[in-house]
Design a protein around this ligand. Sequence first.
Ligand SMILES: [Zn+2]
Length: 133
Amino acid sequence: MLSMPPATNVVAASTVLQLEPFTHKDYKELYVEDAEFKDVYQECEQGGTSEFSSDFHLQNGLLYRMGRLCIPQEDTRICLIREAHILKVAGHFGASQIVSNLQAYVCWPKLQNDVAKCIVDCKLCCTSKPTVS
Ligand SMILES: [Zn+2]
């Protein structure tokens, strides 16, 4: 019998973060255009110390909020949610599990809403599960 590795969720979430769409170089450009992050990104770039940017910091050009990578742009977010949802180790996670997996590493405004929307769109879940939790 195979034994499960410890901290499966952590392994899974870090797998998510190493996916190809996660090219950090692109993020720097996306922050500048992102409606939600562009202001705080600019402020951090200029060494901002206001209350507005106090939760944020830049590391290698990437924006972090309280240690979690800020994800710019809807496409990138949806991609991450899908990957977090359809993990090989556990199949189709429910929304709350995905949210907690993602929130351990990344953040963006309305993350929970976006996860809920994406799950609803999953055709496999719609046909194979009576309810989506
Ligand atoms: Zn699904």
